[in-house]
Design a protein around this ligand. Sequence first.
Ligand SMILES: *[C@@H]1O[C@H](CO)[C@@H](O)[C@H](O)[C@H]1NC(C)=O
Ligand SMILES: *[C@@H]1O[C@H](CO)[C@@H](O)[C@H](O)[C@H]1NC(C)=O
Length: 284
Amino acid sequence: MSFRNSFIPFFICLSILSLDFPLQSSGFREMRSSLIRLPNGNSHHHHHPFDPSRVTQISRHPRAYLYRNFLTDEECDHLIKVAKDKLQKSMVADNRTGKSKESTVRTSKGMFIRKAQDEVVVGIESRISVWTFLPVENGEALQVLHYENGQKYLPHWDYFQDKTNQALGGHRIATVLMYLSNVEKGGETIFPQSEMKESQLKTDEDSKCAKKGYAVKPKQGDALLFFSLHPNATIDPLSLHGSCPVIEGEKWLATKWIHVRSFDRKRVSASKKERLQGGKPQLS
Ligand SMILES: *[C@@H]1O[C@H](CO)[C@@H](O)[C@H](O)[C@H]1NC(C)=O
Ligand SMILES: *[C@@H]1O[C@H](CO)[C@@H](O)[C@H](O)[C@H]1NC(C)=O
């Protein structure tokens, strides 16, 4: 390379460097920290680093990913403790009217944990957002589910057929299932239409139901992410999934459904109301 050829890149480099300096001196902290805060835990909780190298892709059609040890044992126990006394029969959305109803299709019990209700929940919701690249506000409240002997959720889609359930936040784009307990037998998450279902090796440990699709065996702390929409925003029917009946032990699960738009209606309308009522001026 001649002197002249290397001279120009050298100057570009130099000017980029000098442009960088004022930023570094004034905004050093901001540049170093993430917009989404991942709490590092405190003396009572183990430090939980976000480590995407623990993620494996388990299926391309549908798009599904497994993250080993996404939650600490303490986080799992916390969610179960919060939910334990407040469980109610799980409902499904009527696919025509969108109304919530009981169904033999889904026999678990569950409850919703208010978004950001405590530090542990904030930590989990932040980590989900950093993993999925989807904003915290697009998520529904965490739903904690409990499946006992024989309880199941037959294969279904997480996207809605009706318009009512799409009014807030639009379609559900992705789901994160977090296993809060181990299950001795059964309780697998299955994808009956995954391209990988034939190639997955099955053992005697798998339930009969698990053999009907690609199966993920619940393991405390693991998280499963799958997408209900294609990257082009059309629905992916291959995202059909279900929860196999629990045969031995019990299954605790936390679900985060994530929409294409914000799901935080209340917060938005509350601040709007404040503005309409001439709330406190922003600058004093
Ligand atoms: C809607 O639900 C009914 C009964 O619950 C079922 O037979 C039908 O196949 C469902 N339709 C779709 C499009 O999922
Ligand atoms: C969207 O993507 C899916 C999956 O790649 C494809 O099958 C489908 O035809 C696409 N639809 C549109 C409208 O682009």
